[in-house]
Design a protein around this ligand. Structure first.
Ligand SMILES: [Mn+2]
Length: 326
């Protein structure tokens, strides 16, 4: 375990009495698992912990221990001894109240995003790590803290989420070693996987049916596109969060190198990008369009009234040349 400010991070956390733990907006399994897991670890060390989240947690993750303890109001910056921002590649990912959160000093940043843009006072950023959950595990060990069953469940869910169930190229021997230690602490992998993946409602399956019917292939089968329109959400009585993980279906095609999922939400079109292997860096595509992420999993948003066709064309103008180059 190494990092520019790691020793200072450990000393700062050890000294702190009140800690605010935050993560990125629209939090995924790694974000929430890391946040709730670390919060639990810190409470185990006798600290007062404030779990900040911009919005209430999605039903997809409400099985995570202590998620009902997330609060939507940032505390008075003077009332906390430090902030820990987890899984945020950029300060704006902390949400509209990032500035107020970052007024809590020192601000500690733990992250693994490619193209991470430095912010905060003390940083541990390692793009070679498969998940922030993995880094939180190492941080807990470096703090000499105990890891409860609840914290272990959170960190395991974080790791499974960000490695695509140990499938992505970012998965290392260290990832498995940490997952193994979490299982030794009592995590039941079948239970966590069931909560994360076998959690569909009937409406959500109907949404999947409609979305998969939009499948289109380009670039000799290397590029797959699926689309979820506003009408599909309305007809099936679902919300955009119900389309979480649908991107894995086009990605599952043997010929596909890059999968693209366009989601038409109320006034935004969000784009999920997935790729396989080292030759297709979708985080570069996302960054070019104002988003971010990892080499094999990234995303961006279009908020200026662009139509689906226009968004598709902009994505393809970057992805198709990448496919031809590889
Ligand atoms: Mn992550």
């Amino acid at each position: 375990m190494s990092g520019a400010h790691l020793n200072e991070i450990i000393q700062t956390i050890q000294r702190a009495r009140t800690v605010v733990v935050a993560t990125h907006v629209f939090p995924d399994g790694d974000a929430l698992g890391s946040q709730l897991g670390l919060a639990n670890v810190l409470e185990g060390m006798g600290k007062t912990v404030i779990r900040y989240s911009e919005e209430p947690v999605s039903y997809l993750y409400d099985f995570l221990p202590d998620c009902q303890r997330l609060v939507c109001n940032p505390p008075d910056p003077l009332a906390a001894d430090c902030l820990i921002a987890l899984d945020c590649g950029d300060s704006f990912r902390l949400g509209p109240r990032a500035e107020r959160l970052l007024a809590i000093r020192p601000a500690i940043v733990v992250d693994h995003h490619a193209g991470h843009k430095d912010f905060g006072d003390l940083r541990w950023v390692d793009c070679g790590r498969a998940s922030t959950g993995e880094m939180v595990y190492d941080l807990a060990r470096a703090l000499g803290a105990g890891i409860s069953r609840e914290a272990a469940d959170c960190l395991y869910a974080a790791i499974v989420s960000d490695t695509g169930s140990f499938k992505y190229a970012s998965t290392t021997a260290r990832t498995f070693a940490i997952a193994g230690e979490l299982v030794a602490l009592g995590v039941n992998p079948e239970q966590v996987a069931a909560k994360l993946f076998d959690n569909f409602t009937e409406q959500r399956l109907h949404l999947l049916q409609a979305v998969l019917a939009t499948l289109e292939l380009y670039g000799g089968g290397k590029l797959a596109l699926i689309t979820a329109t506003r009408a599909m959400f309305e007809v099936t009585g679902t919300e955009p969060e119900d389309s979480e993980s649908f991107i894995n279906y086009p990605r599952s095609l043997a010929s596909v190198k890059v999968a693209v999922f366009l989601k038409e939400k109320r006034d935004v079109i969000s784009v999920s990008l997935r790729s396989k292997g080292n030759g297709y860096d979708v985080s570069a595509v996302a960054r070019e369009l104002g988003g971010g992420g990892h080499r094999n999993a990234a995303g961006c948003k279009f908020c200026n009234g662009e139509g689906l066709q226009e968004v598709r064309d902009r994505i393809f103008s970057l992805v198709l040349p990448m496919i031809e180059r590889a």
